[in-house]
Design a protein around this ligand. Sequence first.
Ligand SMILES: NC(=O)c1ccc[n+]([C@@H]2O[C@H](COP(=O)([O-])OP(=O)(O)OC[C@H]3O[C@@H](n4cnc5c(N)ncnc54)[C@H](OP(=O)(O)O)[C@@H]3O)[C@@H](O)[C@H]2O)c1
Length: 330
Amino acid sequence: MKYKILGKTGMEVSELCMGTMSFGGHADEKESAKMFNQCRDAGINFFDCANVYEKGKSETILGKLISGSRNDFVITSKVYFPTSNDVNARGNTRKNIINSINESLMRLNTEYIDLYFLHRFDDLTPIEETMRVLEDLVKTGKVLYLGASNFAAWQIAKAIGISEKNSWNRFECIQPMYNLVKRQAEVEILPMAISENIGVINYSPTGGGLLSGKYAKNNQPTKGRLIENKMYKSRYNESKMFEIADKFTSLSKKYGCSPVSLAIAWTKGHPAITSPIIGGRNTEQLKDSLDSVKIEMTTDLRQEITDLSPNPGVATDRNEESTEHNYGQR
Ligand SMILES: NC(=O)c1ccc[n+]([C@@H]2O[C@H](COP(=O)([O-])OP(=O)(O)OC[C@H]3O[C@@H](n4cnc5c(N)ncnc54)[C@H](OP(=O)(O)O)[C@@H]3O)[C@@H](O)[C@H]2O)c1
């Protein structure tokens, strides 16, 4: 396992981050502990969590697993999604963030969270209010670094501008969705992260299992997240995605590696990515994800895989104006 500096911080994180979304759900406490130890043995020091995963159970389990050697780990949690029917138990408001961080710290049984994410942009709360309360969390030592997940590039850029104007701590890491069939992040988000030197930990590197080889276009399994989970079923519902998955499975056979390992290694091959977040329901599944670090993702191999899926559309239709015949080469 290699370690990488996260963005422009000095903190080092493993080249894979372990996602704990299944802890307390598909993986019971015993299986979660086995996966945690498997990751630890492989050299992972980086664990992603959220207050809403399994209604707080994931945080509680992770808290027990890190106790005793808390400072050896870089752990994350997140805030935004509703935690109860209370109208204020949601969003990126001062009230919800203060209540949520205290609850997360309690469940994680720790005095601080290394990297605290906004789980989503809040359309109703002024970003100034949110960045100000996040600054307070850093100042009081409850949080070391700040992050944003599922934000558009302009939302991240706006928030960073506000932080810098006020000499507050800024987002040092972002958490977008990124995999071979969901490449939208390549257009604006990942170039912005490189430009601003922000760490990137991408989630769903195998498309929730779509790229695991088990979802053949004409031979669907009876079990699995894309069958059982309504949100993921609709997220990955285009027949084109299943065609890409079929071609990708064949390609991984050609190279003699598991599709899961190859899918993760492909996302990691993008220069903006710090650490893909891996996930699974048991140690057997996780083995393929951990093996992704053994793959040497050459430029040619990455291109061969990239060519299986269409390039995402451009962010502006004025790109033709920057072509050589108009402005010359820079
Ligand atoms: N910020 C956010 O909004 C957000 C959203 C999602 C996830 N995340 C984070 O990112 C982490 C990883 O995301 P993800 O779980 O979506 O990653 P993923 O790698 O795209 O999907 C993992 C799922 O794929 C299937 N799978 C994995 N390995 C397999 C194997 N060897 N064989 C067959 N199936 C396999 C399993 O699902 P089945 O067994 O059910 O088929 C597994 O749960 C999460 O734990 C969480 O920490 C963040």
